[in-house]
Design a protein around this ligand. Structure first.
Ligand code: GUN
Ligand code: FE
Length: 427
């Protein structure tokens, strides 16, 4: 087999561990057959002769991982933030998602989403579509063309949704099966299906059982929402009186980690037993701090998740969150943790820039495998950042430049981007 080796030169930054950065100033980052071969201060002799892309004084970081985003909600990002979750769903979300029955509308809306995600610092994402099979396939076609590596889900809802969006139980299961078959026929390289029961209030027990059958038959992962809002939790306790905590309403059906890779968004109000079960089952939490502020949900105890060894990543949760820019999400995670510490619980220290960078790279990246780091053997997902727009009167060290990216950076700084060793078009 022909070896494909190339080298990026610049200021390389990635997470050494949860709390420390590994920094290699003016170093060499080597990609071999889509994987990271190594980071070197001096290029080893044996690697001489391979192409080198010299990015001068730019920063080079692992691609960012968005563990939770709603593609159809991109069209109302930054709008309608004056309601709490359950009303926000009824008033803003469901009417917008209904529009995706039209493929024409879906094409226009999803193109904007796919283009903007392609140009951002994000290389991986776990994406909700709508209940509509054709529009979800269209979204997957568009995501595949971006070159980003994503999971995309056709949403399931067979109760507590307006009639124009609600599926019958059998129809929901059958459409999901047809959607999976369609996806497998398309033989995407970078786009995979993920089962997406919207949340317990939207899905009957019967539908959850049907989804578990599909999960086993096709070995699919799962994404959903958990313990985001007090009203939602109360509602789930009425719908599933047998559940000792919300997470059991998924776990009972085998849709909560263990043999089924799972992402649960939010977990703002997860209690001890729910956290312990997530740890035991290896469930990933998608922390979505901006969304939690915008729809007045609260602030998730991320420090506690980290202390207890639960897997955590960051989600933009557009349109609960207003932007796909994960630098903003990292800054929001730090800021929210400080308010939580100051106002709510002084036993949980605020998060540092290093910690949120870890969450947005290696933390969430683990859902995709060896992703989110430049350690040897990790998938070669890299983002080159030219931060010269963020002018400063003095030279800054690399750590400070990364911290400023977290607070001030966006897609304008993205000069190049690679996913599994492939260059992504940014124009
Ligand atoms: N819970 C159920 N659906 C949604 C959604 O679309 N966004 C958020 N933030 N929470 C949800
Ligand atoms: Fe969400």
């Amino acid at each position: 087999m022909n070896e494909s080796i190339f080298i990026l030169k610049g200021n390389i930054v990635y997470s050494k561990n949860q709390t420390e950065l590994a920094i290699c100033k003016q170093g060499y980052l080597v990609s071999k057959n889509g994987k990271t071969e190594g980071v070197y201060q001096t290029l080893p002799f044996r690697l001489g002769g391979n192409p080198i892309h010299d990015y001068g004084d730019c920063l080079i970081i692992p691609g960012l991982v968005d563990l939770h985003v709603h593609a159809p909600q991109y069209s109302f990002r930054g709008l309608g933030m004056d309601l709490e979750l359950l009303e926000w769903l009824e008033v803003n979300t469901f009417p917008e998602e209904a529009k995706f029955e039209s493929l024409d509308y879906a094409e226009r809306a999803y193109r904007i989403f796919a283009d903007n995600l392609r140009k951002s610092a994000t290389t991986r994402a776990c994406i909700f579509g709508t209940v509509h099979r054709p529009a979800t396939l269209l979204l997957m076609d568009l995501m595949e063309k971006t070159g980003l590596d994503t999971f995309v889900g056709k949403v399931n809802m067979d109760r507590n949704a307006p009639e124009y969006l609600r599926e019958e139980t059998e129809e929901s299961a059958e459409e999901t099966l047809e959607w999976i078959k369609d996806v497998l026929h398309r033989k995407y390289q970078n786009t995979r299906p993920i089962l997406t029961p919207r949340f317990t209030p939207s899905c009957t027990d019967e539908l959850m059982e049907e989804l578990k059958k599909l999960q086993i038959r096709f070995s699919l992962p799962v994404q959903s929402h958990l313990s985001e809002n007090q009203g939602e939790i109360q509602w789930v306790s009425e719908l599933c009186p047998w559940a000792e905590f919300y997470g059991e309403a998924y776990d009972r059906f085998g849709l909560f980690g263990a043999d089924c890779p799972t992402i649960m968004a939010h977990c703002v109000y997860s209690g001890s037993r729910e956290i312990a079960r997530m740890k035991e089952n290896g469930v990933f939490i998608a922390h979505c701090p901006e969304s939690n502020m915008n729809v007045s949900s609260g602030i998730a105890p991320v420090r506690r998740f980290l202390q207890e060894g639960v897997r955590v990543g960051i989600g933009s949760d557009v349109a609960g969150g207003s932007t796909e820019n994960l630098f903003r999400a990292m800054a929001h995670a730090v800021q929210a943790s400080k308010l939580r510490w100051r106002i709510q619980d002084q036993s949980l220290q605020p998060l540092s820039a290093e910690e949120v960078f870890y969450l947005a790279t290696k933390g969430g990246g683990a859902f995709f495998g060896k992703v989110g780091s430049f350690e040897k053997g990790y998938d070669f997902d890299a983002v080159v950042l030219d931060d010269s727009r963020l002018a400063h009167p003095q030279p800054l060290d690399i750590r400070s430049r990364l911290e400023r990216m977290i607070y001030l950076g966006d897609e304008r700084e993205v000069r190049a981007k690679y996913v599994k060793g492939q260059s992504i078009r940014l124009s």
